[in-house]
Design a binder for this molecule. Structure first.
Ligand code: CUK
Ligand code: CUA
Ligand code: CA
Length: 611
């Protein structure tokens, strides 16, 4: 079956290439009608809205990418762990977003697993959490504004990888330490542990941690508040890749959350770097290791909460574990390199096969009963799929219509853009018995995982403008405040003017701009870029941004709006006048006379004088 599919695909490719190479227009192919209907499935007319937001982790871009589904249109990048100067995020040491990121660790991160908050088994549209695998951090994004609200370093963790919310309450999110180390910071490998950290869902403060020998890779929560699950591929606690594949079976880790909370209340923990760390040997029943083959990866609880599925990675199987008794109930073969599994809510599982470059659809109950017809369908993807996720599959109510395949290689799928090729995602229609791949789209590196959010869930949640903060500068109350060499400029902006349009400082003064965008309608973002100072901020309607910098040497420095806002966008600019140290400074915010400088005589040839 597999080979026939591959052959057919190769034949289609060969046909396509022949047509293109001849320089003539491609001839209509047999699949023409099908391709037209595929195009219709993903076509969203200009001005019409997509059915879903898809939040894709940005991987080494340190951000989250937002796409519309089914159109596959790129909508937004939410910067989190990496500065994004164009969006005015964490790009200047004198900004709040820079300070907040910098105090939690390096100015770069590696985002893998976006997680949506839920209420009663449904995505509730409040928050999206995401991990930074490289630097042991977790962030929370506020879905009212699509901006990073909180970033926290998780103490004692290295390789913060798997991330999930403890269901059903989301009172915790838990994050897995993939990389083992000694909690007392020695380099002695015989003392290596790994841990799972439980963070407050809102503040992301670490409430407690469970430490154990081995590691924890991918995470998933049971639905009833009892167990959370993680896959462990290094049960060997080895430090070499050969060592990590010695055993035929590793494990799924189940942690009893109420038991952990009781241990915490009973004081059965030691504090490490300020955090209560619970050891399983002190709390019988806290941690259960369920043997599964071999270097398992994905860990996914079924929407009904009955089973947890561990994808085999080095074994062609998915292990089905009863999520309440923690007993293995079946271990069906699905194909080569199973990594992650997702669900349609109709009893089917969809597993990504990295080596086979396929998504395989299979029926869970049939696999448990040993019915040999449990494999329903396979579809080829391009190429080497990592995560796959169906709409709603992390909630209790999957919608069963779309599935995304997040592929590691795109090979010849797109126009060549150099030795490195675009990252590739594919959209698969799973509404029928057979899967049907309908679209592909490229992205920046490198989405690992994705979650779908129905448009309706956010319809009345995404705000139009910011609520003015207490520190907002009000229209008419702009001012310049001096304190020695510190200068605070309280500035407003609205189409198409900054107030003040000029302010005066001395060389090397420490300048702080408090800029409020006093627009009251959505989308009227203004920017503030200051020439030759590396400063760019973006200020959304109602928002106040603060940025500090050194004024630098004597001269005139224009600041200007970086977001094209109106017909007078180019005129939306002002001057920082850095005067000589002995020159007096004005604190006036009154506008300078309209034609202060000598007007250019447009009839004469322009001349410049350097006197
Ligand atoms: S994971 Cu992070 S290394 Cu989500 Cu399969 Cu790829
Ligand atoms: Cu304001 Cu352009
Ligand atoms: Ca192993």
């Amino acid at each position: 079956m597999n080979n026939i599919l591959t052959l057919t695909f190769a034949a289609v490719l060969a046909l396509t290439f022949t047509a293109c190479d001849s320089g003539s227009r491609p001839q209509p192919q047999k699949g023409g009608a099908r391709q037209v209907s595929d195009a219709e499935r993903v076509y969203v007319a200009p001005g019409k809205l997509d059915d879903y937001y898809a939040f894709l982790s940005g991987g080494q871009s340190g951000s989250v990418f937002v796409y519309g589904i089914p159109s596959c249109r790129f909508l937004k990048e939410i910067p989190i762990f990496e500065p994004r100067a164009g969006l005015g995020y964490a790009n200047n040491p004198g900004s709040e977003s820079y300070r907040r990121l910098h105090e939690t660790g390096p100015m770069w991160g590696d985002t893998h697993h976006p997680v949506l908050s839920q209420t009663e088994g449904r995505y509730d549209g409040r928050w999206l959490w995401i991990n930074d695998k490289a630097n042991g951090r977790v962030a929370r994004i506020d879905l009212r504004t699509f901006e990073t609200a909180v970033i926290k370093r998780v103490p004692n963790i290295q390789g913060a990888h798997g991330l999930a919310a403890c269901l059903p309450s989301c009172k915790y999110v838990f994050v897995n330490g993939e990389l083992e180390h000694d909690l007392a910071d020695s380099t002695d490998a015989t003392k290596y542990h790994s841990l799972i950290a439980f963070l407050d869902g809102e503040s992301l403060e670490t409430r407690f941690e469970v430490a154990f020998v081995g590691n924890a890779d991918i995470a998933s929560s049971g639905k009833d508040g009892r167990y959370v699950f993680s896959t462990m591929y290094n049960s060997e606690n080895a430090v070499t890749s050969e060592g990590m594949i010695e055993r035929d079976r590793d494990a799924v880790v189940a942690i009893d959350v109420p038991l952990a909370e009781k241990a915490l209340a009973d004081g059965k923990f030691t504090r490490v770097k300020g955090v209560p760390v619970i050891k399983p040997e002190d709390v019988p029943g806290l941690l259960t290791l369920i043997p599964v083959p071999k270097n398992p990866h994905g860990c996914n609880v079924t929407p009904d909460g009955k089973y947890v599925l561990a994808s085999g990675k080095l074994s062609p199987t998915v292990t089905i574990i009863d999520a309440h008794t923690l007993k293995v109930v079946a271990e069906p073969e699905v194909g080569l390199g199973p990594l992650h599994t997702t669900f349609d809510g109709r009893g089917n599982a969809y597993t990504s096969l990295f080596i086979d470059s396929q998504i395989v659809k299979w029926n869970i109950e049939k696999a448990i009963k040993g019915d040999p017809t449990y494999i329903v369908d396979r579809v080829d993807v391009h190429y080497n799929v990592g995560h796959t996720k169906a709409a709603g599959a992390d909630s209790s109510y999957p919608s069963g219509d779309w599935l995304i395949s997040l592929n590691k290689l795109s090979k010849g799928m797109y126009l060549p853009v150099g030795p490195a090729m675009p990252e590739s995602q594919e959209l698969i229609d799973i509404s029928g018995e057979k899967m049907h791949l309908v679209a592909a789209f490229a992205s920046l590196p490198e989405p690992h995982d994705a979650v779908f959010m129905p448009r309706q869930t956010l319809a009345d949640k995404v705000v139009q403008t910011y609520e003015p903060a207490p520190a907002a500068v009000k229209l008419g109350e702009e001012k310049i405040v001096r304190n020695g060499n510190k200068v605070d400029v309280y500035m407003t902006c609205i189409r198409s003017k900054f107030v003040p349009e000029q302010f005066e400082v001395h060389p090397n003064d420490e300048v702080t701009i408090h800029l409020t965008n006093v627009e009251t309608i959505r989308d009227m973002t203004h920017g503030f870029a200051l020439s030759d100072h590396g400063i760019n901020i973006a200020v959304d309607p109602g928002q106040t941004q603060v940025v500090s910098f050194n004024a630098g040497p004597r001269g005139t420095y224009w600041y200007y709006c970086t977001w094209f806002c109106s017909a007078l966008h180019l005129e939306m600019r002002g001057r920082m006048l850095v005067k000589a140290p002995n020159e007096p400074l004005s604190d006036s915010i009154a506008p300078p006379p309209p034609t202060q400088a000598k007007a250019q005589d447009t009839d004469k040839k322009a001349s410049v004088s350097y006197e």
